[in-house]
Design a binder for this molecule. Structure first.
Ligand code: ZN
Length: 273
């Protein structure tokens, strides 16, 4: 009987795989939905533990069917049921992109990461949570949240070194490179180009990536920022004085570098030989 089951399990493997991806995707939607609520409450200074979700305009408590990620937004056509005001589309996109990103992380660890342990997945769920909040908050309110970045620095450093055996010297040097890069600009411009948030974010990138990948991620963030600026200028949506929140590009480049940086740097070093 056991033998019989074993034979059939192989037939079902693709199905089990698909179900696990759907499960992870749904977890990502729920995480994104939770982060949306957390970000809004943090901004509005409402205590997160005070329970129920509410409309961002009239503050009416939401019913369970108004809180289903993606679906509720689509069914209600992005409007509150009672006050009829539009709910920002960013709520929808945050949920969707968090789910896509979490699914990509899961795919990476199942198929690509040869050193996988549960610490990797826990670390990366934590990292993704930090990056989503940093990205969305900076996008909406032009502020890099210290209360996310500092735990990111400390927990990232601890897991990387003690659970995943990253060299402590590499991570600390990364922090010097990442933090120092922005600190120098901060000092030269006397705080006009760069805010304290970017310096802290630089420290966090160093503690997560080590010094080599931090340089790579900084470089990538500037490329992304430049592309975005050109698109804005062409579309006449901005002029030379428009300030672009740079934290969003740092968050994006950090996410990309976590999963592709090592391979790209090794490829590049191979080219030089
Ligand atoms: Zn409302």
């Amino acid at each position: 009987m056991i033998y019989y089951l074993h034979m059939h399990l192989e037939v079902y493997f693709p199905l089990i795989g698909a179900i696990s991806y759907i499960f992870i995707f749904v977890c990502g939607l729920i995480l994104g939905s939770f982060l949306n609520a957390w970000i809004w409450r943090t901004r509005e200074n409402i205590r997160v533990v005070s329970g129920f979700s509410m409309c961002v305009h009239c503050r009416r408590m939401l019913m369970w069917y108004e809180k289903i990620p993606l679906c509720s937004f689509l069914v209600l056509r992005g409007k509150c049921r009672t006050c009829k005001k539009f709910i920002p589309a960013s709520y929808f996109w945050t949920e969707l992109l968090t789910a896509v990103a979490l699914t990509m992380v899961f795919y990476y660890h199942v198929n690509i990461n040869t050193m996988f342990s549960e610490w990797w997945m826990m670390r990366d769920v934590f990292f993704l949570t930090c990056l989503v909040v940093i990205f969305v908050y900076d996008w909406k309110y032009q502020l890099v949240l210290s209360r996310i970045v500092w735990p990111g620095v400390i927990i990232g450093l601890a897991i990387n070194h003690w659970a995943l055996n990253y060299q402590l010297s590499d991570l600390l040097l990364g922090m010097v490179v990442g933090g120092g890069f922005f600190l120098i600009q901060y000092l030269i411009s006397r705080g006009r180009w760069i805010g304290g948030g970017d310096i802290r974010l630089g420290l966090m990138m160093g503690a997560w990536l080590g010094w080599q990948l931090t340089i790579f991620a900084l470089f990538l963030a500037y490329i992304l920022g430049a592309i975005y600026a050109v698109i804005l200028l062409i579309g006449k949506k901005a002029n030379r004085n428009t300030e672009i929140p740079f934290g969003i590009f740092l968050a994006l480049s950090t996410f990309f570098t976590l999963y592709n940086g090592r391979a790209l740097v090794e490829w590049y070093i191979g080219l030089l030989k």
